[in-house]
Design a protein around this ligand. Structure first.
Ligand code: FES
Length: 147
């Protein structure tokens, strides 16, 4: 193979490799077009909880799968729970806790900056300016599902 042929073949090979590489990466794009994506696996459930052994007392909370789930009442109906996105609307940190004493969801250090939210999702204290997204709670028997 002559040097000229080798260089031409090398160029074609590199062009094909680059094209395949860009396709695999999806061509770039936005950072996070949906901050509250549906859960993996194709179902609608973001979180499921067995009420026989979790969230048994008023004020109990669980943060998992992008959700903060709080027991706000003593019954086992959807009205006895609040489910919200656990992603703080300020800068995207996961909220750190539900404070039973204050009744507020907290976004604290080391990631957060002190924002507080009511169980409705409304901002109580900034710097966050926008509410947390509310999710739907369904209770069937002892199984609670957030969607
Ligand atoms: S990320 Fe929650 S207060 Fe800044």
């Amino acid at each position: 193979m002559e040097r000229r042929d080798f260089v031409a073949n090398l160029g074609i090979t590199l062009a094909l490799a680059c094209t395949a590489g860009l396709a695999a990466c999806g061509g770039g794009g936005s950072d996070n077009p949906n901050p509250n994506p549906a859960p993996p696996g194709g179902g609608n459930a973001r979180l499921s909880v067995n009420l026989n052994n979790e969230l048994m007392a008023v004020g109990d909370a669980k943060i998992s799968g992008g959700v903060i789930l709080i027991r706000t009442g003593s019954g086992n109906t959807s009205a006895d729970f609040a489910a919200l996105s656990s992603i703080c609307t300020h800068q995207g940190c996961t909220v750190s806790a539900y404070n039973k004493t204050s009744g507020l969801i907290e976004c604290n250090a080391p990631c957060g900056h002190g924002s507080r939210y009511a169980t409705s999702g409304a901002v109580n204290t900034g710097p966050a300016a926008n509410p947390l997204t509310r999710y739907t709670v369904t209770v069937s028997g002892n199984i609670l599902t957030v969607s």
